[in-house]
Design a protein around this ligand. Sequence first.
Ligand SMILES: Nc1ncnc2c1ncn2[C@@H]1O[C@H](COP(=O)(O)OP(=O)(O)OP(=O)(O)O)[C@@H](O)[C@H]1O
Length: 346
Amino acid sequence: MIELDTLRKSYGDEVVVDDVSLTLETGTITAVVGTSGSGKSTLLKLVNRLVEPESGTVRVDGTDTRALPLTELRRSIGYVIQDNGLFPHWSVARNVGAVPRLLGWPQDEIDARVSELLELMRLDPERIGPRYPHELSGGQAQRVGVARALAARPRMMLMDEPFGALDPVIRQEARAELAAIQRRLGATVLLVTHDMGEALSLGDQIAVMEAGRLLQVGTPAEIVLSPAAPQVRALIGEDERGFRHLALLPLAPLVRPNRAHVPTGGAELGEPLAAGASCADALSRMIWTGARMLPVAGQAGEPPGVVAIEDVLAAGRAGGPQTGRSGRPDGVGSGCDGRRNRGTGR
Ligand SMILES: Nc1ncnc2c1ncn2[C@@H]1O[C@H](COP(=O)(O)OP(=O)(O)OP(=O)(O)O)[C@@H](O)[C@H]1O
């Protein structure tokens, strides 16, 4: 667990981080969102002590980070910054292997890890490994930056707009990949993003910042259903709340047996929706095809079923009969069980 306890930092007479307290549970992703200049990056830098707080404490598993040697602290925390921060005179492979090398890993293990991570990031180790950062596109350099941060399997990751330079398709894949890696490593992640959709799809917890202060901390469902301030409402987008809510809701609880004999796929309806799809995915397909009922693939050995537009709309309605404040179901058939629907957020 990482605890930020009343952290404060000023530059001149501007208080950039204003008594911020936040707990990051082990193995979770906390997404920090907020307007430009609200202090998000500075908050991240206070955690790995790239910036020292004027007052307040950061504790990692109960230990005040000031009690740890700075190099040990930094090596134990993966750090990804927007402009990737790669060493320009080092090859990609050397950049990715930097922390394992500092930690004294044997060279063959470093080489294997570098190849594994580059492949994970869809970068050909043979072709891209020997290149220098200036020979990469912005998106490739950003993926190398993420690979480097993951290299020594850190238990903590600080990520500052890690996907900003990626095109939408690769960004979606990179998000899904991050979620999978994070689950596998059980890492604790603090992620800064401008993109509310990214925050909602990746975050177990969302922290909204404004002028150095935390306006609201909550689950994605709490932020969407009960924004605590007009600024939070604005970040969500008044007219996007319905879709944002639907993107958080897994479709599975709404699936009925296929008694209506809806065709399972075909050119008109497309492939059946994946068992792990969100309610937003279903509604989007319904709008596009004009179908009011769609086939859904079965979960692990279950037969395929169908989903009806009425159920999707009812599940997405804020304050509707099925939706509680925390996003947990109050009744049978609700699609809103508060579970994050990672990787399909928009
Ligand atoms: N080293 C510094 N010296 C002086 N002022 C700074 C310094 N670093 C940040 N600031 C100021 O602190 C405020 C918060 O900056 P920060 O980078 O933390 O915001 P942010 O929310 O991450 O912004 P963005 O979303 O635009 O990246 C800004 O007004 C910025 O100008």
